[in-house]
Design a binder for this molecule. Sequence first.
Ligand SMILES: *Cc1c(COP(=O)(O)O)cnc(C)c1O
Length: 389
Amino acid sequence: MTPASPTRARLLPYGKQWVDDEDIAAVVETLRSDWLTTGPKVEEFERAFAAFTGAAHAVAVSNGTAALHAATAALGIGPGDEVIIPAITFVASANCVVYQGGTPVFADVEGDTLLIDPQDVEGKITARTKAVIAVDYAGQPCDYEALRAIAARHKIALVADACHALGGSYRGQPIGSLADLSTFSLHPVKPITCGEGGVITTNDAELAKAMRVFRSHGISSDFRQREKQGSWAYEMVSLGYNYRLSDIQCALAASQLKKLPTWVQRRQAIARQYDEAFAGEARFTPLAVRDGVSHGYHLYVIRLGSGFDRGRFFQELRGEGIGANVHYAPVHMHPFYRRTFGTGPGLCPVAEAAYERILTLPIFPRMTDEDVADVITAVRRVATRLRSA
Ligand SMILES: *Cc1c(COP(=O)(O)O)cnc(C)c1O
């Protein structure tokens, strides 16, 4: 329902990219160069990304889902293997296990942060468990101390799906160097973008090499290397895919990466404005933030108090011109997972209950203080209207 005078005439999206003239110039320069794909810009971006995240290696791939697939393939996940994933995440975090023929096992989340619950993870480990994929939901790093201890104790791999958290840190250690493998997305709503893109970081040289082979059909050398060696011969050593990221995209991504620290600061400043405005609100509460973390704020999520219908709250906010969203329906509730793995209601009760109450509010670096004020006004207006209805 659209009120007579909505807070905003045009919808404010929940997330949006920021591409400036410097970014455009970087792309144009690459378009005029000798290499459009798998040339010097890929290496340049990978080196910059590794340096930024404090990891020894960064491997660029075509999107965040390909990054997750490269991770499960490099770890040798296959039929009979179980991988533990939080119930609240984007479906790709679980799909990458299924691509390899593995079995996803869903762990519940902590009610106040919606981050994977380490205790539930440990309870779900079996003799077949090969890895845990932790998700830095909304941009907040998971409890890596607990997760690393569990992984070490059970001799399993730890993957961080850090698609939300690039630019954040955990106890002073940057996101990207906290797990055996960390995956990132360069989709337009994510911290930096090149249209579509993904990255995996690791300190393990063997895993990095395997993922470079995986992203190019399982072939052990690339065209540029062969050109340098004056050779036409190549070997396909394993089954891979075409998951390459082009030089054009890497030029854009490298240019975007330079701005990331400023953008994360802006996201954090917006989150502070929301936090301050909503402190003392009894009708809804922002998600909790743990001590010792630098939150990337890909998303700003509130939990509505009981008595509100989340669907109505969402519709009314849209009517006010605020592009609210919901992240995410629990993965184990999707028809594919129910049908294929027999999952369903009751498997992760905390996640299922939380899902009914969450709303994502707009947050992106280019938002102005006026945009932020509009969101605050609209949320309060809707809360008041629905409570008095
Ligand atoms: C965006 C996202 C992905 C997938 O990334 P794409 O680049 O869209 O393939 C995976 N996991 C999480 C948590 C994400 O937010």
